[in-house]
Design a protein around this ligand. Structure first.
Ligand SMILES: *[C@@H]1O[C@H](CO)[C@@H](O)[C@H](O)[C@H]1NC(C)=O
Length: 386
């Protein structure tokens, strides 16, 4: 009976928040909400990433009409570097919604931090109720926060509405962190440094931190298994590492970086921002190091610069697939809804809220499915296949 009442309360709240969000989106529909996906790391990576087709001859799953919405803000128009350079020293913004007791009590093993934008309530719900659920996973205590900033282009009235909506969401789920800067693509670096500062003061004893986008599916069981042999007191940052990437000097590119902003020919090695894991020790050291690195508009490269300052190299792991999975319509030979696809992975990128739900239920709902059982994380190079 009790859980039923809880469930009903949850559903009503979700409905209320969802409706309020819908109204707000409707009022704000003139341009405040991004509508395209950024090609993220692809633009930064000199080596082309190749997807190999699985060798199974299985018929492709028809799956359309569920294009993932942007999980993080995307660049719009030419970037004003002059303005960026002038404003660069302003890098501390107030925290409007905090979760001061997130890590109080039992010491969490894993803190999951997900970059999200205010309007993406639907995907936050999916993450909350699937892979990002708080509690014990294989005995390890897991906690979760979402990292948000103020919606771009909102006037004072809309901003006040967002604030009260997000406050309500925070009361309901106790997982919202909101900072008072504009949530734009080039401000993701601010999100990075504010999160690191927050985590080192409010979760100083956490063993590991997973940080990623809201459009990923994380196999938390595999992630914990990967971490089982690691010492949280030692340095660790593992993910999809991009090495020797060159700054893009083509002015028309979204990722154009003039030499005045970055003069060197290659970026330091960095982990793709879609999803990576770090130890508590590295989190603390990074928080201090990043405070001394000049702001750089691409957040994952910026983190690479902080790592370089610490003389740390990110660890490349084949199970962190942080590239976007092509739409099934664009690559019908890829059966991305086959749970076996996820069995050996830790992070998969580019999923809609519905995809996240679907994968969760495929992995956890069916008894007897061969692929529902987690396998040890792959240690060799990643291979498609049966
Ligand atoms: C970042 O946020 C600040 C504060 O809201 C804003 O003034 C600035 O224009 C934003 N920067 C970028 C690059 O979007």
């Amino acid at each position: 009976m009790r859980w039923r009442r809880c469930l009903r309360g949850d559903a009503v709240l979700t409905l209320l928040l969802g409706t309020a969000l819908g109204l707000l989106l409707y009022v704000q529909r003139d341009g405040a909400v991004p509508t395209t996906r950024a090609p993220r790391a692809q633009g930064l990576t000199p080596r082309a990433r190749k997807l190999q087709a699985p060798e199974t001859g299985a018929a492709p799953l028809a799956y359309e009409g569920d294009t993932p919405e942007p999980p993080t803000p995307t660049p719009t128009g030419p970037f004003d570097f002059g303005r960026y350079l002038r404003a660069k020293d302003q890098r501390r913004f107030p925290l409007l919604i905090n979760q001061p007791s997130k890590c109080l009590g039992a010491r969490p093993h894993l803190l999951i931090a997900v970059k999200s934008v205010a309007s993406d309530f639907e995907r936050r719900q999916a993450v909350r109720q699937t892979w990002g659920a708080e509690g014990r996973v294989q005995g390890a205590l897991v906690r979760r926060v979402f990292l948000l900033a103020l919606p771009r282009g909102a006037d004072a009235a809309a901003a006040a509405n967002w604030l009260s909506l997000l406050r309500a969401e925070s009361r309901a789920y106790a997982d919202i962190l909101l900072w008072a800067f504009e949530d734009t693509f080039f401000n993701l670096t601010l999100k990075e440094i504010h999160f690191l500062t927050w985590a080192s003061s409010y979760c100083p004893d956490v063993s590991f931190v997973f940080k990623g986008d809201a459009d990923v599916f994380v196999h938390v069981g595999n992630l914990l298994e990967f971490l089982a042999s690691r010492d949280p007191g030692q340095d660790l940052l593992a993910g999809d590492v991009i090495d020797q990437a060159r700054p893009i000097r083509v002015k028309s590119s979204k990722y154009y970086i003039p030499e005045a902003v970055y003069g060197l020919g290659v970026y330091p090695a960095y982990a793709g921002g879609g999803g990576f894991v770090l130890s508590g020790a590295t989190m603390q050291r990074l928080a201090r190091a990043c405070a001394q690195v000049e702001l750089f508009p691409i957040d994952d490269v910026f983190l690479g610069m902080c790592l370089q300052r610490l003389k740390l190299t990110p660890e490349s792991h084949p199970a962190f697939r942080t590239f976007g999975i092509p739409q099934p319509s664009a690559a019908p030979h890829l059966s991305t809804f086959d749970p076996c696809f996820y069995r050996e992975l830790v992070v998969v990128h580019g999923l809609s809220a519905a995809d996240i739900w679907l994968m969760w239920h495929l992995l956890h709902g069916q008894k007897g499915s061969d692929c529902a059982r987690p396998l040890p994380v792959a240690t060799g190079s990643f291979q498609w296949g049966p």
